[in-house]
Design a binder for this molecule. Sequence first.
Ligand SMILES: [Mg+2]
Length: 299
Amino acid sequence: MTTAMELVITLVAPVSLDPTRVASFVKVFGADHAERLGDRATDIFVEADLAATREKVKTLVADEAFDAVVQPVASRAKKLLISDMDSTMIGQECIDELAAVHGLKPKVAAITERAMQGELDFADALRERVALLEGIPVASIEGLLARVITASPGAGTLIATCRAHGVRTVLVSGGFMQFAVPVAQRLGIDAAFANELIAADGVLTGRVAEPILGGDAKRERLFAECEAMGITPDDAIALGDGANDLPMLETAGLGLAYRAKPKVAAVADGLIRHSDLTTALFVMGIKADNFAADPSDHP
Ligand SMILES: [Mg+2]
């Protein structure tokens, strides 16, 4: 059974959106009208079935160099943005970078990759990797934060604009508080939740605090934030790339997979494959003219 409803298809390109591609989408969908959100993005409004339209759009953009996200018009504005950290808000996997201190990056990164693909139990794989970090000086984290860890393209603008529009931002990470807190601070994210590396005498012990924050805990955090705000998960947008983000992405009103693993991309509501994190702003209906300046651009 299909149910026609008022949908918006948001096309977002990395640099500028080709008007002929927009025109072709308008034609294919017999759209009522299109509306520019900026040089990089345009909304196309259609009356159609959501699941069928998402399938059709997925096929149509497979070989394009821009992204397209389909959602009901009525619920596009959001009050909460909840996001993964590693390989989503930042360009690295913190545990892999920590392992590099011991010369173990290739070994740890291989396990991280399998865990993010959903091939390993998340908690077991985390304990196994953290054990390899035993003896690493806590002080080396500061160096990594200063020299290695970088915000993903568009992250600063995304968070600053959310703040300016009254959208609460929450970081929820299967990584570590020792990274999540400074990253949240740097980007201006309202709150951060992550696992805790246990240290003693200034070095990591190779243990992580239990219970481990995994995929289910990310979804629980989404529920808890919604309850505290008096909103429903439909008012939330979630961002993530790994298998442990799936429960959160599936529960939020809109779950966007950012440069995601195939398992995640297969089920997410929308994909960011080509454009930066500001895609989430266009998807929420915020025009480029109303983006806030990225504070990190002005040191
Ligand atoms: Mg991740």
